[in-house]
Design a binder for this molecule. Structure first.
Ligand code: GAL
Ligand code: MG
Length: 973
């Protein structure tokens, strides 16, 4: 007999969003539940219609089979669907995972209502118990619950089968930009309740201390027994029955035999409100009693008192116009694909807090319930996004009535589940699905069910940022240019808060102009922030030998973003996909092992709670840039860096400042008269343990220049005569390649996808041909002129070598023709002998910085091993640069080496790789480090921008045409 679940062919029926599934609700049933996670019998069928065989392997639940020993591997496509069929159709080849196990129902559950919860399965879940059809569910990132009471007998084992069909009508609305996987991605559990139970619970808790809890009561047997009632307490303080609610219900004859409704409430005096800075939580306990007073059901819920509202063009949390320092976060793990543990989620959120973020958008689907608990606890605002993205067929689906139910279902289920979390401040209808009647239907449902929060949808906002009729209370564009945002905020016609749902695309070496964006946001009413795209680089750990995912038990992880030998971070195309979108999947602010990329230090500084506003009248002005908190949780040490090499430090006393206040404080030291350029940095740390950072964790490093560099002393004549080879190239005992002109960098992802790299190649800048024009000697001084021919254009380069005491001074100039109006860099490149493995520098650091991403790097004396300077972006590209370098030494353990002093703060990089080495390979593991160092000193270096998806850098960060001049001295140590 055909199985009725299969007979429905639910994988090709968008109207079938579920069958036999219980309504979603917000009652947390995790405590007391029986976990069914672990090893299950497993087999992968080529299509759902194919009957299972008798041969089983085992598979971990939760887990995706695409990361295990199957032939169905991960595949990456951004917009395009991985199959040709139009919605709602699916390909005939449709991997289907059958998961089976026995389970026991505790004897103590006799007579109780027994519920199966499957945390998440993609994309269609079919449930059987002992061969009986139980139910169907879609909506891959929310749980599905089924009542098993009538099918199982406590004390007798049953067999549970979960069949997961990978491709379905639902895949067409789950076309998010990420790896395609198949499997069960969240935990499976069983729980039991009394037949009389809390069916749902809605909590409203405002900043005025008012708490209201609306309960829905049902009885699995049908009619409600007489005399039930509800009590509750908040940390021991009893809640009172809302008599008015009961009276109105009675008068309206709304009292039902089978749906019980109760409202209990209280007012908490001097309530400690919840916000992302001080996430104060209370514990609510709700009890459902039988007529005799015994407790039938209990629910616990943490409660945060807070208001969120849109007033005019401001989004207010507790009446404050908070900045939204957000990031988009996908569920990702390099070993498990999409299964993330509570510990993983905590690690993600802790890291975000440490780097100054206060918000996440759950791009692009609801997350595991644990994530919202963590956001409540640690203090992060959440834009909770429904699992709807129909990117490839967006226009066709947005108004397709066959998908109407799915849209409303997905949005409603998210709201029903997450409505009690204080962290959730905004609902999102989904992502990149055009805008149609299906969205308006879903929005209508939300507005009725939860008027307490704004909702947003980029696809709707796009129709007009100020349009009152579209389903978005927030103007939430993606990748809008700063000019466009500013123009809107200044237009006089702005009506909604402008908070970009995605901006500053973090692909490779990126996030240029982030600080400029924030300077504008903080200076412009109407602009309130945004969500960086995105948190993760989705590199899957791959064994190079056989090209397979390392898998859940993989051991190839290695610290600091680098993989162990024999492994690499795979991106699109690496699993043999015929069609893919390459490294576009690697666009996060952390590496696949969660190592922070340099941009995070930039962000941390931009978000600094404590800032030095300026230096004046021999003192500094400090400002508290938080919304709700004083400075008492912070401690600081001051650090004075002098150009002569000295660093002085001491304890700093922080003034008491309320949010938004500033105060002038005297310098905590006497500035020495000598020592040249002087910089003050405050190393601000947590003064006590925070839930997200132990005491002493660095929070920010605000800094200010106290004294500018003086005129450089005239070099003392002397030194050895200049030696040149026949090509006019410098011969120097410490250099293996003489300084030559460099106009090229290994293109970043932004350079490639933004079209700059193609232009540079078309101009021939990747391989200009050098020709010596002249060598002139004037006493000890030698002038070398060469020309670099790049296709039709010529760049003339002059080097003047002057022996000085202990070394050599090199004055250089290069003239960029008008045609080369946007090159990567102008500067010198040379290579050193092996063994110089330590770089010490005076300039910005310690982390990587570039002209348009240099706000996070303080000026001081820094030191790092050369190998640690390079940033291993997944697709090798220009990296490892340091901005604003004034001088550096490069030395061997025996203290031999070289010292370079620059005429001005310059962009410098010291790595083991030539630009050509980086461009020749596609993955980091293919790079072979050189023994010596490749050193770039740039007179000018192009900003990074974000052109891989979004605006390029600003004109002010481009390399101008015309004559560039730079000078440096080179000395042996
Ligand atoms: C957005 C999209 C994201 C991602 C990003 C580019 O358009 O919403 O899912 O694709 O671009 O990385
Ligand atoms: Mg998309």
């Amino acid at each position: 007999m055909t199985d009725p679940l299969l007979a429905l062919r639910p994988w090709q029926s968008p109207e079938v969003t579920s069958w036999g599934r219980l309504p979603m609700n917000a009652v947390d049933r995790r405590t007391g539940a029986v976990s069914l996670d672990g090893d299950w019998r497993f087999q992968l069928l080529p299509a759902p219609e194919v009957p299972p065989r008798d041969t089983w392997s085992t598979s971990a639940v939760p887990g995706v089979w695409t990361m295990r020993d199957t032939d169905d591997l991960p595949a990456y496509l951004n917009v395009r669907m991985p199959f040709a069929q139009f919605p709602p159709h699916t390909p005939a080849a449709n991997p289907t995972g059958v998961h089976e196990r026995e389970f026991d129902v505790p004897a103590a559950w006799a007579g109780r209502r027994i519920v199966l919860q499957v945390g998440a399965a993609e994309s269609v879940l079919l449930v059987h118990v002992d061969g009986h059809p139980v139910g169907i569910s879609k909506d891959s990132h929310l749980a599905a619950e089924f009542d098993l009471s009538h099918l199982v007998r406590p004390g007798t084992p049953s067999t549970l089968r979960l069949t997961v069909v990978k491709w379905s009508d639902a895949s067409h609305i789950e076309d998010q930009d990420q790896w395609w996987h198949g499997g069960i991605t969240r935990s499976v559990l069983l729980y039991a309740t009394d037949p009389l139970h809390l069916a749902d619970m809605g909590v409203r808790a405002g900043r005025d201390g008012r708490l209201r809890v609306d309960c829905q009561i049902r009885d699995a047997r049908g009619a409600l027994p007489a005399g039930w009632y509800v009590t509750g307490d908040l940390d021991g303080r009893p809640l009172a029955q809302d008599k008015e609610f009961d009276r109105v219900n009675a008068e309206d004859e709304r009292v039902s035999d089978f749906l019980g409704e109760a409202r209990i409430e209280t007012v908490v005096p001097e309530v400690r409100t919840w916000n992302a800075e001080t996430p104060e939580l209370y514990t609510l306990t709700v009890r459902l009693h039988r007529a005799d007073g015994t407790v039938a059901d209990t629910a616990r819920q943490r409660v945060g008192f807070r208001d969120v509202e849109v007033v005019g063009r401001d989004l207010l949390v507790n009446g404050e116009r908070v900045y939204v320092r957000g990031v988009n976060r996908h569920d990702f793990h390099p070993l498990t694909g999409r299964t993330v543990s509570a510990d993983d989620m905590r690690a993600d959120l802790v890291l975000l807090k440490r780097f100054g973020f206060n918000a996440i958008r759950t791009a692009h689907y609801p997350n595991d319930p644990a994530l919202y608990d963590l956001a409540d606890e640690l203090g992060l605002y959440v834009v909770d996004e429904a699992d709807i993205e129909s990117h490839d067929h967006a226009h066709e689906i947005a108004d397709d009535p066959r998908y109407l139910g799915a849209f409303v279902d997905r949005v409603a289920r998210m709201v029903l589940r997450d409505k009690n979390h204080p962290s959730v401040i905004i609902w999102s209808l989904g992502n990149e699905s055009d805008y149609g009647a299906n969205h308006d239907a879903a929005a209508g449902w939300v507005r009725r069910h939860d008027p307490s929060r704004p909702l947003q949808y980029e696809g709707a906002a796009k129709r007009g940022w100020a349009d009152p009729d579209v389903a978005s209370d927030i103007a939430c564009p993606m990748y809008a240019s700063l000019e466009e945002c500013l123009a809107h905020a200044l237009s006089g016609s702005q009506t909604k808060p402008l908070i970009q749902c995605e901006y500053s695309h973090a692909m490779g070496n990126s996030n240029g102009t982030l600080a400029d964006h924030w300077a504008a946001i903080e200076a412009t009413p109407g602009l309130q922030g945004g969500f960086i795209w995105e948190f993760w680089d989705h590199g899957i750990l791959q064994r190079v030998s056989d090209g397979r995912p390392a898998g859940p038990a993989g051991t190839g992880l290695h610290a600091d973003g680098v993989t162990a030998p024999g492994y690499r971070w795979a991106y699109g195309g690496d699993f043999g996909e015929a069609d893919h979108d390459g490294a576009f999947i690697a666009d996060g602010v952390v590496f696949p092992d969660r190592t922070p990329k340099p941009v995070l230090f930039e962000h941390r500084e931009i978000a600094a709670p404590l800032r030095i506003e300026c230096f004046r009248h021999e003192g500094i002005v400090l400002g508290n840039h938080q919304h709700f908190r004083g400075l008492e949780w912070l401690a600081a040490r001051w650090e004075l860096a002098l150009a002569d090499g000295r660093t002085l430090t001491g304890e700093a006393q922080l003034p008491a400042l309320r949010p938004g206040e500033t105060a002038a404080v005297p310098l905590p030291f006497e500035l020495p008269d000598d020592g040249g350029e002087a910089w003050l940095t405050l190393r601000v740390t947590t003064a006590e343990d925070q839930p997200w950072a132990p005491r002493g964790t660095e929070v920010c490093t605000p800094r200010v220049r106290l004294r500018a560099a003086g005129e450089p002393a005239a070099p003392v004549a002397g030194g050895d005569p200049v030696r040149l080879d026949d090509d006019g190239l410098l011969v120097h005992p410490l250099l293996t390649a003489a300084p030559v002109l460099s106009l090229w960098r290994a293109p970043t992802d932004n350079d490639e996808l933004g079209g700059m790299a193609a232009r540079w190649r078309s101009w021939g800048l990747d391989a200009p041909v050098r020709r010596l024009l002249s060598v002139e000697r004037d006493g000890e001084r030698v002038t070398v002129v060469a020309e670099y021919t790049a296709k039709a254009e010529v760049v003339r380069h002059r080097q003047v070598f002057t022996p000085v005491a202990g070394g050599l001074r090199i004055d250089e100039s290069a003239e960029l023709p008008a045609r080369f109006d946007d090159v990567a860099r102008v500067g010198s490149v040379f290579e050193t002998v092996a063994g110089l493995d330590l770089l010490e520098w005076f300039g910005q650091g310690p982390w990587e910085s570039y002209p348009d991403r240099a706000a996070g790097a303080a000026v001081g004396h820094h030191a790092l091993p050369v190998d640690a300077l390079f940033t291993p972006y997944l697709r090798p590209q220009e990296s490892g640069g340091r901005h604003g370098v004034r001088a550096f030494t490069l030395s061997a353990p025996d203290a031999t080496g070289l010292r370079v002093e620059l005429d001005a703060p310059r962009q410098v990089s010291v790595t083991r790789f030539r630009a050509a080495d980086l461009t020749a390979v596609t993955h980091h593991d293919e790079l072979v480090p050189r023994a010596g160092c490749v050193v770039h000193l740039d007179a000018a270096h192009r900003g990074l921008g974000t052109a891989s998806c979004g605006p390029d850098t600003f004109a002010s960060y481009l390399v101008p045409t015309g004559v560039h001049r730079w000078s440096w001295t080179l000395r042996a140590l």
